[in-house]
Write a protein that binds this ligand. Structure first.
Ligand code: SF4
Length: 213
C-alpha cells in the first residue's frame, strides 16, 4: 500500500472516530489486522464468554481461534453439521454473552452504523443483550455519509453475502439489489445505529485494511 493511501485511510478513520466518540461510542484505529487481533485480546477479559456473529471480518482476523486457544468460551453458529434447531439455540445464546463480536455492513464518517440482517440475531445483539459489543470494521466499509452507508449495505454488502451463502436471489446474478420478493431474501431487517445504544457499551475498531464484505 503506498504512503498516500495509508495516510488517507488514517485521515478517514480519524474522522469516523471523532464522530463515533461524539455519538457516545468508544473508537480506535488499528492500521493492520494483526494489530486489531492484539487489541481485541487486550480488550476482552480472559474469563469473558464471547459471542460471534457470522462475520467474515472476524474470521479473517483470526479472533475466534485466538480466543479459543486462550481459554475463552466462544459461542458462534458457524458449524456446518448442526441442525436448524441447534443453530437457533446458539444464536439465542450469543445474545446473552459478556462480549459480542461483530463487524458492520457500513460505517459513515458521521459515526453511524448500518446493517442489514436476515435472521435478525446480529442486529439484535448490536443493540441489546450482550454486556458489551465490539465491532471491527475494515477501511473498505467507511462511507462519506449515511446515504452512502445505506447504499453500500444494500448494493454491496447484501449481494456479496447472498453470494457467500449461495442464495438464489436476483442480486447474485445482477450485482445489485432489486428489493426482491425471493423466498431466500437475505434483507429482512435494516438498522441504523445513530448513537451508542443506552444499555450496550460499544467499541468500534477501525482497521486500515480491506476486510469482509
Ligand atoms: S433485497 Fe433481495 S435482491 Fe436486494 S440485496 Fe436483498 S436478497 Fe438481494
Amino acid at each position: 500500500m503506498n504512503q498516500e493511501i495509508i495516510k488517507f485511510n488514517e485521515i478517514r478513520a480519524n474522522s469516523a472516530i471523532s464522530a463515533l466518540q461524539k455519538n457516545g461510542f468508544s473508537a480506535e484505529y488499528l492500521p493492520s489486522k494483526e494489530q486489531a487481533l492484539d487489541r481485541l485480546l487486550e480488550l476482552i477479559d480472559k474469563n469473558a464468554v464471547v459471542g460471534c456473529g457470522g462475520s467474515l471480518t472476524l474470521r479473517q482476523i483470526g479472533i475466534i481461534e485466538a480466543l479459543t486457544e486462550r481459554g475463552n468460551k466462544v459461542i458462534h453458529h458457524a458449524h456446518p453439521d448442526l441442525s436448524p434447531e441447534q443453530l437457533l439455540e446458539l444464536r439465542r445464546e450469543e445474545l446473552l454473552t459478556d462480549v459480542f463480536l461483530t463487524s458492520t455492513n457500513a460505517l459513515s464518517l458521521n459515526g453511524e452504523l448500518v446493517n442489514i440482517d436476515g435472521v435478525g440475531n446480529r442486529v439484535a445483539a448490536m443493540t441489546f443483550g450482550p454486556k458489551q459489543v465490539i465491532c471491527v470494521v475494515g477501511i473498505n466499509k467507511l462511507t462519506t455519509n449515511l446515504e452512502a452507508a445505506c447504499e453500500r449495505a444494500k448494493n454491496i454488502a447484501a449481494p456479496l453475502n447472498a453470494l457467500r451463502f449461495s442464495l438464489n436471489t436476483p442480486c447474485t446474478k445482477l450485482g445489485r439489489c432489486v428489493d426482491c420478493d425471493s423466498p431466500e431474501r437475505l434483507c429482512r431487517a435494516t438498522i441504523i445505529i445513530n448513537r451508542q445504544p443506552s444499555q450496550t457499551p460499544t467499541t468500534v475498531l477501525i482497521v486500515g485494511e480491506s476486510l469482509g464484505y
